[in-house]
Design a binder for this molecule. Structure first.
Ligand code: BYC
Length: 325
């Protein structure tokens, strides 16, 4: 019976590969693109990295609307550089995703068709210039809390991408804070503008960490695989504890009547975000979802000729190189 022996052998080989994978995770070593991984690990990593990449790319839009309206050349140059950094983060992350066998064109297609998610936070509008500072302070601040532990993620290419991204996000956070400090030392109208932006972005920033642990279907498995190192609620708490003294130094009020220091816990207590609103936004019905995706789709279509030209150039180059060889 030809082939009969190969089935158990294949099973044996797969079991050995699985053990090797489990050993890598248990020893806190990195999984690399050449390594065998369970299908579910690959699917989880592609989901998370793609969602992260899409967030960086869609995340250019709220602040991007202020580049032409920045109040000075200096602020325009800073904002332009910051938004370009987010594009760079998207590119490293799409590359990391490709090491798992994902196709870049598919990923973009899945973003545009709504099959893959991106962070809820970018579905809110940036209504005043102060919003660009608050996005730097709170949104990049929340991103750092979430992403510093991802530098120790079990998937090597993602962990390494996170190191550089975190350095740049830290710079963005400080730059946003510096902008807000300047505005808080300005006129009453500027101070009001900052407070209004904090009121708008506080709760959506808390939602960036994902649903509460009890409603997070992926956390347990992602922690077991050392993709996530902390739960959503642990990181949300860390962000609140980090941000409260910064808000005091800035002179702004965080819009939560339940926010207070709890000496017993050694942490701040805080109110619950509106999880119904979170579900609406993640489900595609936030204030700017349609606009964000339509804008990305239009940019993708407008860029088709660049992709075609680049592919034609690469084909010509390859033919020329082939002819020389
Ligand atoms: N928004 O089981 P859970 C930036 C989804 S951009 C939308 O807890 P998980 C920046 C989740 O994907 C930084 N969807 O999931 C850029 C899952 O989906 P499925 C963006 C959310 O993965 C420009 C479902 O809900 N950062 O810094 O264990 C300017 C259940 O959740 C959200 C990242 O992408 C959300 N907020 O944990 C400025 C970080 N939360 O299974 C700044 C990388 C959850 O239904 N990602 N979902 O398809 C992560 O760390 C994790 O994926 C999460 C969620 C903590 C977000």
């Amino acid at each position: 019976m030809p082939g009969a022996a190969t089935v158990p052998e294949a099973g044996l080989a797969e079991a050995a590969l699985e053990q090797q994978f489990e050993r890598t995770i248990a020893r806190d070593q990195r999984v690399e693109p050449r390594d065998w991984v369970p299908d579910a690990y690959r699917a989880t990593m592609v989901r998370q990295i793609a969602q992260h990449a899409h967030s960086e790319i869609i995340g250019m839009q709220p602040e991007g609307t202020w580049i032409t309206r920045a109040p000075s050349l200096r602020r325009k140059a800073i904002l332009l550089a910051k938004v370009q950094d987010e594009a760079g983060h998207g590119l490293y992350l799409y590359s990391a995703c490709e090491t798992l066998g994902a196709d870049r064109a598919d990923l973009t297609g899945w973003l545009i068709s709504g099959r893959q998610k991106y962070s809820s936070i970018f579905n809110y509008p940036a209504l005043s210039f102060a919003d660009t500072g608050v996005i730097g302070w709170l949104v990049d601040g929340a991103a750092i809390c979430n992403q510093v532990p991802l530098c120790r993620c079990s998937y090597g290419p993602y962990a390494r991408a996170m190191i550089r991204i975190c350095k740049e996000e830290s710079f963005h956070q400080r730059q946003g804070y510096e902008q807000l400090m300047t505005m808080m030392n300005g006129t009453a109208a500027q101070q009001e503008m900052v407070q209004g932006a904090v009121d708008r972005w506080w709760w959506p920033s808390l939602m960036m960490f994902g649903p509460p642990d009890a409603a997070s279907p992926n956390t347990a498995q992602s922690m077991a695989w050392k993709i996530k190192r902390h739960t959503n609620d642990e990181l949300r708490q860390r962000f609140v504890d980090m941000t409260v003294p910064q808000a005091e130094a800035l002179g702004v009020r965080l819009p939560d009547p339940d926010l207070r220091w709890n000496p017993t816990r050694g942490h701040h207590d805080f109110g619950a975000p509106d999880w119904a609103e979170f579900r609406q936004v993640v489900g595609g019905n936030g204030p700017c979802n349609a606009q964000r995706v339509a804008h990305r789709k239009a940019a993708h279509e407008a860029g088709a000729w660049v992709r075609e030209a680049a592919a034609a150039h690469a084909a010509k180059q390859a033919a020329r190189d082939g002819a020389v060889a």
